[in-house]
Design a protein around this ligand. Structure first.
Ligand SMILES: Nc1ncnc2c1ncn2[C@@H]1O[C@H](COP(=O)(O)OP(=O)(O)OP(=O)(O)O)[C@@H](O)[C@H]1O
Length: 280
């Protein structure tokens, strides 16, 4: 699917001088018109194409709506009663917000890893097998669990203690366990909402290396506060800011493009100020 139609661009935002045209095919074409929490307009006018087998990093100041947009990509925000989405999220030609689409099925294909490692209070094995059981998988559980743990670079550390509680692991191991749980059902896209913010630098580096490996197999959307992380792992970067010109604080996409270009040669002054301020 092609990402940004010219007509959309014109409507999208006067703030976007030259919208990003992705090189490859996009897996998700996200066109946010408006996102509300109750009466509060949290995000507006943001066209965010997510490209196949790439890591798309979402950056920007606190409250600009990075997590809100990321969580809209798999209808995770539906769990918030006051959330309201206007726009389209097209996944392989299907609008995931169409009335006939089951959000549970969407999340089977577009998985999520959260900021705080949140293993369930059950064994390591059962944590990884959880989604498989939920999806009534009938094949070889042992093989699936092992493969997911291997892909999450955790197998060697836990293979002899699969019956131990997931909560007995270190923070970094817990996050890799959550990644194993998310990929066990073989999603197409993995959304990661600040997955390293609770981790120390060594565990962060491990998870970053893991993301780069996972990119070979999956498509990754990553919210990060860490600019260095965006440059280390992001293929594409979407920079959001907050519009305070009207009453309220509404987030919007300022600029999106290949990460090197966004950091080294940003098109927008706002991006320049942000990335230089963060790095200086
Ligand atoms: N459940 C909610 N109910 C009401 N408002 C919310 C809710 N979640 C987020 N918001 C508001 O929406 C706006 C965007 O929040 P969001 O968490 O998406 O921003 P963010 O850029 O990810 O911020 P941060 O970097 O601080 O995590 C903020 O003003 C926030 O207060």
């Amino acid at each position: 699917m092609n990402a940004v139609a010219a007509s959309d661009v014109a409507q999208t935002s006067e703030f976007i001088a030259e919208p990003y045209q992705p090189e490859g095919p996009t897996v998700i074409d996200c066109d946010v018109k408006k996102i509300f929490y109750g009466d509060f307009l949290a995000v507006r006018d943001s066209v965010v194409p997510v490209e196949k087998h790439k890591i798309t990093a979402f950056i920007g100041p606190s409250g600009c709506g990075k997590s809100t947009v990321l969580r809209s990509l798999n209808r995770m925000n539906d769990l918030i009663p006051v959330f309201r989405f206007e726009g389209n999220v097209i996944y392989h030609g299907q609008d995931i917000y169409a009335s006939n689409v089951d959000p549970v099925v969407v999340r089977r294909y577009i998985g999520m890893v959260f900021q705080q490692p949140n293993p369930f209070s059950m064994s390591i094995y059962d944590n990884v097998a959880f989604g498989l059981k939920l999806n009534k998988f009938r094949g070889d559980y042992d093989e699936k669990v092992q493969t997911a743990l291997e892909r999450a670079a955790l197998w060697k550390e836990v293979k002899d203690k699969l019956k131990n509680s997931g909560l007995s692991l270190s923070g970094g191991q817990q996050q890799r366990l959550c990644i194993a749980r998310a990929i066990a059902t073989e999603p197409d896209v993995l959304l990661m909402d600040e997955p390293c913010s609770a981790l120390d630098p060594i565990a962060t580096r491990q998870v970053e290396e893991l993301m780069l490996e996972l990119r070979e197999r999956f498509t990754v959307g990553l919210v990060t506060h860490n600019m260095q992380q965006a440059t280390r792992v992001g293929d594409t970067t979407a920079f959001f800011s907050v519009d305070i010109s009207k009453s309220g604080r509404t987030g919007y996409l300022v600029e999106m493009g290949p990460t090197r270009q966004v950091f080294d040669d940003p098109k927008e002054d706002l991006t320049k100020e942000y990335v230089r301020g963060e790095f200086s």
